[in-house]
Design a protein around this ligand. Structure first.
Ligand code: AMP
Length: 536
């Protein structure tokens, strides 16, 4: 029997239109590089977004074309978030923390035609512009600088632009894309559809996931180039809440000043950010007056129980969430079910320290030896997921097809337990990557480079827990007989090839690297050996 319901497309165009009509007076505050605050309202945001879409079409944007952004979190980036997909294009957010060569590779692989870039990021753009072939470069004059010849000034580009010709969008059309360097090998592109972003926004708005409301003031600290700032700009605009976008200043004092002055009620970022905020608050308890009960979404790496407890004491509410670039990213959220709220403190925290239960429409299972592990909170297995906002493939990359099982689940590479209540706990990763301050570092790439040094026989780079960055790389080096080399020399040797934050903070010299019978490095053993490393 056929239903009698309309087949209404789920697209971002609806979210933009609705926000402009219903929430025209909601404010969007952006902190600029000079720390001044740019303020405007949704009605201005919608008008300028439509102008940007029209200008891109006039510049030759065709349906499905990729437009890259190299930007911090601010109003113009938000305009690009909606203008590009609503004009029929694909928003491709470039990660400004990557090495310039990687950014060039990613832009080339995605086939980006245009670039929108902050003027303060032009020095970075200069480092890879010869390797990237953008047809047009549109510069946002955030710091008021004059835009060089041959490039477009964003403000002039959108001024007097022809009206956006709303394309016929299918909900399965591509709307955005993001590359993850989360596993070994080349960066992998994930392409989000309008439908997946809309359903993800609806799910993120739910009270038991991220619970965003129109009355909130939302400050996404997580960069807009990390999985669309976890989808928060889309969800925030959908519910019509006030937005506070922090720009490039992400140190604890700058963020706390902003939370206080703009009366932020909900914010989101990686544990590294919260650790520095906690330190600042504990050092100067009287300096900032934050909104009582401010929610802090933590993801990207595990939030420790100690951190959750410490924020509770300050009347700030940590919400632990797990996700990936491939999962848009909302996977699980660590709220407490009603009957668990009455548990004694320690048991309650044991639940809150887990990554949480899956959002509606995200299915999870833990697979051990091709069998689904029981939900007993003990049996380890690889977390596999499926759902309407989970990637079904990577963009132009067949080599990674084994990331999906024959029966259609995505293999996350995270090792977990799932308990009887459905709470997922991440215990490890199947791969040996290092995640520092929310950014991935590939141990393999560093090892390969180190192995090129004349004094190095072999090297193993491992993740070691770090109080500020979660994890930092430590390189275990086996020297060639009769040679010596200093730490600084090895660091200098690596420096030209890698982003600065990739360089190992510590080197340990060893007689050999432990290996399995098949010759694979036993990284787990090394991690165990160095887990209590004293960082200086
Ligand atoms: P990315 O795609 O860069 O966002 O990285 C996703 C990976 O980050 C996941 O596969 C996990 O290994 C890790 N991750 C994300 N959120 C959490 C969390 N709450 N706890 C522990 N690990 C996490």
């Amino acid at each position: 029997m056929q239903s009698t319901m309309m087949n209404y497309p789920l697209t971002l165009a609806h979210i933009l239109d609705r926000a402009g009509r219903l929430f025209g007076a909601s404010e969007i505050v952006s902190r600029l590089p000079d720390k001044s605050l740019h303020r405007y309202r949704y009605r201005d945001f919608r008008r300028r977004t439509l102008a940007l879409g029209g200008a891109l079409q006039a510049a030759g944007l065709r349906q499905g074309d990729r437009v890259a952004t190299l930007m911090w979190n601010h109003y113009a980036h938000l305009e690009a978030y909606f203008a590009i997909p609503c004009a029929g294009g694909v928003l491709h957010t470039l990660n400004l923390r990557l090495h310039p060569d990687d950014i060039a590779y990613i832009a080339g692989h995605a086939g980006d035609r245009f670039l929108i870039v902050d003027d303060v990021l032009l020095p970075l753009y200069e480092k890879f512009k010869d390797k990237a072939g953008f047809e047009r470069v549109i510069v946002v004059p955030l710091s008021g600088s004059k835009v060089a010849a041959g490039r477009d000034d964003y403000e002039q580009f959108i001024a007097g632009a022809p009206a956006l010709k709303a394309p016929q969008l299918d909900e399965n059309d591509a709307a955005g894309m993001c590359y993850t360097s989360g596993t070994t090998g080349k960066p992998k592109g994930v392409v989000y559809s309008h439908r997946s972003l809309v359903l993800h926004s609806l799910a993120c708005g739910l009270g038991d996931t991220l619970g965003l409301m129109q009355s909130d003031t939302l400050c996404p600290v997580v960069p807009m180039f990390h999985v669309n700032a976890w989808g928060l700009p889309f969800t925030g605009v959908m519910v019509g809440c006030r937005l506070v976008l922090p720009g490039p200043h992400l140190d604890a004092a700058s963020l706390l000043d902003l939370y206080q002055s703009e009366r932020v009620t909900i914010t989101a970022g990686v544990p590294t950010i919260w650790m520095s905020i906690l330190q600042a608050l504990e050092k100067n308890p009287a300096q900032w007056k934050l909104t009582p009960g401010m929610r802090m979404i933590v993801g990207g790496a595990a939030a420790s129980e100690a951190m959750i407890r410490a924020f509770d004491r300050l009347d700030l509410r940590v919400l632990h969430a797990w996700g990936m670039t491939e999962t848009t990213p909302l996977g699980t959220t660590g709220y407490l079910k009603h009957h668990l709220q009455a548990l004694p403190g320690d048991e309650r925290y044991a639940y809150r320290n887990k990554q949480g239960i899956p959002a509606p429409f995200v299915e999870v299972r833990a697979m051990a030896d091709n069998e689904e592990a029981p939900w007993d909170g003990k049996t380890l297995g690889e977390l596999q997921v499926r759902g309407p906002w989970i990637a079904a493939s990577y963009y132009r990359l067949d080599a990674e097809a084994d990331k999906w099982t024959a029966d259609g689940w995505f293999r996350t590479g995270d090792v977990v337990t799932i308990d009887a209540e459905g709470y997922v706990k991440i215990t490890d990763r199947t791969k040996d990557l290092i995640k520092s301050g929310g950014e991935w570092i590939s141990s393999l790439d560093l090892e390969n480079a180190l192995a090129g040094h004349p004094a190095v026989h072999e090297a193993a780079v491992i993740a070691v827990p770090h109080p500020k960055w979660d994890e930092r790389p430590l390189a275990v080096i086996v020297l060639k007989p009769g040679t010596t080399v200093g730490e600084q020399e090895l660091r200098d040797y690596l420096a030209p090839r890698f982003a600065k934050f990739w360089l190992p903070d510590a080197f340990a010299f060893a007689a050999e690297i432990p290996r399995t019978s098949t010759g694979k490095m036993m990284k787990a053993k090394l991690r165990e050996q160095f887990k209590n490393w004293e960082w200086t």
